[in-house]
Each structure stands twice: as C-alpha cells, then as structure tokens.
Ligand binder design. Structure first.
Ligand SMILES: [Zn+2]
Length: 264
C-alpha cells in the first residue's frame, strides 16, 4: 500500500513538472510574439517618418513624431497589460479561477484600448457571446441593441440582451439580464465581462445602475471588454468584429471606483 502511494506521488510530481514546462514554453512564445510586434511598430514608425518627413517643417515633424510615439506607447502598454493578463491566466493553478489573480496590482486593473486581434482568447469569446445575445435584444422603442456576457468562476458564460417595455421603467439592461441569469443558476462570482453595442461616436459602457449591479458580484476586480458592434447596415457580416477594431478593456473597479459595497 505504502509503495503504491509512493508510486502515485512520483507520478503526480512528474505530471506537475511537465505542466510547468508547458507553461514556460507557452510564455516564451508569447514574449517572442510581443518582441516581433515591437520591432514591427518601430519599423512602421520609421517608414512613416521617411514618407511624410519631406513635406513637413521642423516643428511639425517634431509634433508628428511625438503623436506617433504617444500612440505606440499606448498600444504597447495595452499589449503589456494583455500579456500580463494572459500570463496570469497561464499561471492559474485551477484554470479559469480569476483573470486578475497574480497581476502586479491585483486590486485594480489598468484601463486601456487594444485592437480586437490582441485581446486574449477568453476576452474574444466573451465579446462574441455578448454579440450573439445582442441579436435577441427586444428594443421596439429605442432600437438601441445591447449585448452583454459574464464568465462565472466555474468558466460558464452567461449572456443577456436589453429588454424594453411599453411602460418604460420595467425595461432591463443587457448586463443585468446576463448576471441575473447566472445568479439564478447559483453563480455569484465572476471573472470577466463584455458589453457590445453600436454607437457611431464610441464605446457604449454600462449605465450607473448596471455598474453598481456588477460591483455587487465583483469580490475582486475583473476585466470588462467593451467593443463596438457592427453598424446596422453591416449586421450579419463576417467577421462580426474586425481584427483592427479597438476594444476598451476596463474593469469592474474602474467603472465604479467609489461604489457602495457593504453595510459594515
Ligand atoms: Zn444598465
């Protein structure tokens, strides 16, 4: 019996070592991709300066370079944040426990924008679930369709759409619809969320009531991905979200920093 236990322990140890090795390889691959992207950004920057430099005055060129540098820094910051998220995810001992675990500042995540192609697989999956739910939106009055999706701690995704009412006040938002579905199934902890709607001027973020509602189930800060749905004339087109489309990656705490959280 003791020998069998020893053998089992040795097997478990081997298994753990193999898993560690796999994670290390995965991270090294991601770092390599990031370095390639940095090189590509630098190359493009040089190319643009070479193209536009001839017609610009000295101060104009300086401003142009400053603006470009700022935008690249923003992209790079977004990529680094996304990498930190993915690293944390890869390091998660129990799989999809929390996308914010192991981050340098676990209490509050950074807010940034990043192209859809650079959003992690999990974020993209949530955005697509929100987009699918948005198709069911019941909006005969405003015609403003919203979709939302939240991932529960167990990994299950709950999605919802906005539902209007002729009497107006009984209407419900997509975020609360999605969370209510999860909570009514016994899920009280969530690790990420996504909201999708179309407004020509920019991102559609959750309303005040929904922010407080989300905060109720955010025992830790978690990322919330916000993307623009395709314009009405392009609905149903593939891909539903273009790879270059900007995604706002914010968080439950960022959306409502001074929230009401408990009586005690
Ligand atoms: Zn709302």
């Amino acid at each position: 019996m003791a020998e069998k236990r020893k053998l089992l322990q040795r097997y478990m140890q081997c298994l753990n070592e193999m898993q560690d090795e796999l994670r290390r390889k995965e991270l090294a691959k991601k770092m390599e991709t990031l370095e390639k992207l940095q090189c590509e950004l630098a190359r493009r920057q040089e190319q643009r300066v070479a193209q536009g430099g001839g017609q610009m005055g000295k101060s104009e060129r300086r401003q142009y370079l400053k603006d470009k540098l700022k935008s690249y820094q923003k992209t790079l910051k977004g990529l680094l944040c996304e990498l930190a998220r993915r690293e944390a995810f890869a390091n998660g001992e129990r799989g999809r426990v929390s996308e914010s675990d192991n981050l340098p500042h676990p209490l509050k995540l950074d807010e940034f924008t990043v192209a859809f192609r650079y959003v992690g697989e999990d974020g993209r999956e949530l955005l697509m679930a929100a987009l699918a739910a948005r198709r069911c939106a019941y909006v005969p009055y405003s015609k403003f369709k919203v979709g939302a999706a939240f991932r529960a701690k167990c990994g299950q995704i709950y999605s919802g759409c906005n539902i209007e009412n002729a009497a107006f006040t009984p209407g419900n938002c997509a975020e609360r619809c999605a969370l209510a579905k999860g909570v009514s199934e016994g899920e009280k902890r969530y690790t990420a969320g996504a909201v999708v709607a179309y407004h020509p001027d920019g991102f559609t973020t959750p309303c005040g009531v929904c922010r407080q509602f989300i905060r109720e189930f955010a025992t830790r800060d978690f990322p919330i991905y916000i993307a623009k749905a395709p314009p009405p004339e392009q609905e149903g087109c593939i891909p539903a979200i273009d790879d270059d489309e900007e995604v706002l990656v914010t968080s439950a705490y960022n959306l409502l920093p001074h929230s009401f959280s408990a009586y005690e």
